[in-house]
Write a protein of this length. Sequence first.
Length: 120
Amino acid sequence: MKIWDKVYVKTKENIGIPEDLLFKGQYMLGDNFVTLNADGTISGLDSIKFYAVENDYIGPGMGDVDIVYLGKTEKEKLTHCFEFKVDTLFIYDIDCKETDEDGTCMDIQKGQLKWALTRK
C-alpha cells in the first residue's frame, strides 16, 4: 500500500520482517547456490539450516554491528554479525573487544569474514 510517498508492505504471519524483506532470495557462494527463505530456513550453506535476524539487539557493540543467528536448528545457533553492500550479504564472526573482570564480553566488533553471499 502506498500513502503519499510512503510504501507499506504487509508480511505473512509468523514471518520476520528482515527475513522476508531483506534476506530472502537466492545467493551465490562461489559456484554454489544458497537460498535464504522468509521462514528462516537456509539451503546450500554448509550444515547451516536456520537463520534469524536480531530485530532489537541490546548488548555489547549495539549500534556497531547487526546480529544474525545461524545454526543447524533453532536451538543450536551461533551469533554472527552481518552487513549488506550493494548485492552482497557479508556474514562475519564476532570478536570480543573488551571484557570485564569476570570475563563477560562488554564490547564486540566484526570479526573474520565467514561468507560473502552474492544475490542472484
